[in-house]
Design a protein around this ligand. Structure first.
Ligand code: IPE
Ligand code: IPE
Ligand code: MG
Length: 236
């Protein structure tokens, strides 16, 4: 990729449009989620090749529990498919898994899979794959406050210790740099509660392409658009 110096360190993706992809083909919505899950490893491999160090993907929001039970069950079962059939290969290539979101509320079989993957993470990661599953940005901030207030009330920290930097360490993304580039597929112009704190200065790239149709070519296009942006962070 040209202009390697401007490869984003961290890309976040709101993977949207699985349902529309399936509906367009007269298929059940879960067929779209299945096809979407397959794209994940292709895009992770693309990131590995390009040299992106962190990829955060939004797979299931806390608000997505509002969907019909059958669809939710299908998505929960997909975690099994993804981790058993796809993640293994990625792990062997040096991909480290990070869960973003609340573990409480997830079905036991999903928790077991997540815990198992976390326990067996690679020792020398080439890349970090953060998956938002039962995640919402506001919930993450509230959970962070709760952890912080517990430490405050025990006297482990004092109010003066709280800064933007220390607060970030209570978030699920502790230690991970903020996304440089935020991609959303399927054309919606909103953040839908993804990484609210972390995207303060991320560059947005939105495509009409539905997630199951998203390829490494699209990823490269997003990165080359990003490379043309001039980031000011409030300065000149
Ligand atoms: C994104 O695709 C995946 C999840 C939110 C789980 P959608 O299922 O939201 O697809 P559309 O927006 O209905 O097309
Ligand atoms: C955002 O997509 C959540 C995920 C991609 C997991 P949604 O399809 O749920 O977002 P809205 O409802 O269109 O805002
Ligand atoms: Mg959607």
């Amino acid at each position: 990729m040209k202009n390697d110096s401007k490869i984003p360190h961290h890309i976040a993706i709101i993977m949207d449009g699985n349902g529309r992809w399936a509906e367009k083909r007269g298929l059940p919505r879960n067929a779209g989620h299945m096809e979407g899950a397959k794209r994940v490893s292709e895009i992770v491999e693309g990131c590995l090749e390009i040299g992106v160090e962190y990829l955060s993907i939004y797979a299931f929001s806390k608000e997505n529990w509002r969907r019909p039970r059958e669809e939710v069950t299908g998505i929960m079962k997909l975690t099994e498919y993804f981790f058993k059939h796809q993640f293994r290969t990625l792990r062997d290539k040096g991909v480290y898994f990070v869960h973003l979101g609340e573990k409480k509320g997830l079905p036991d079989f999903v928790l077991r899979i997540i815990n198992e993957i976390e326990k067996n993470n690679v020792e020398n990661p080439k890349m970090y794959l953060c998956i938002g599953f039962n995640y919402s940005g506001r919930d993450e901030i509230v959970r962070a406050c709760r952890k912080m207030f517990n430490q405050l009330s025990r006297g482990d920290i004092s109010p003066e210790d709280i800064s933007e930097r220390t607060f970030s360490n209570y978030l699920d993304t502790a230690g991970i740099p903020d996304p440089d580039l935020l991609i959303r597929t399927a054309g919606e112009m909103r953040v839908s509660n993804f990484l609210l704190w972390q995207i303060a200065y991320s560059e947005f790239w939105i495509t009409e392409t539905l997630w199951p149709d998203f390829t490494v070519k699209h990823l490269r296009k997003a990165i080359s658009e990003y490379q043309k942006r001039y980031r000011k962070f409030g300065g000149l």
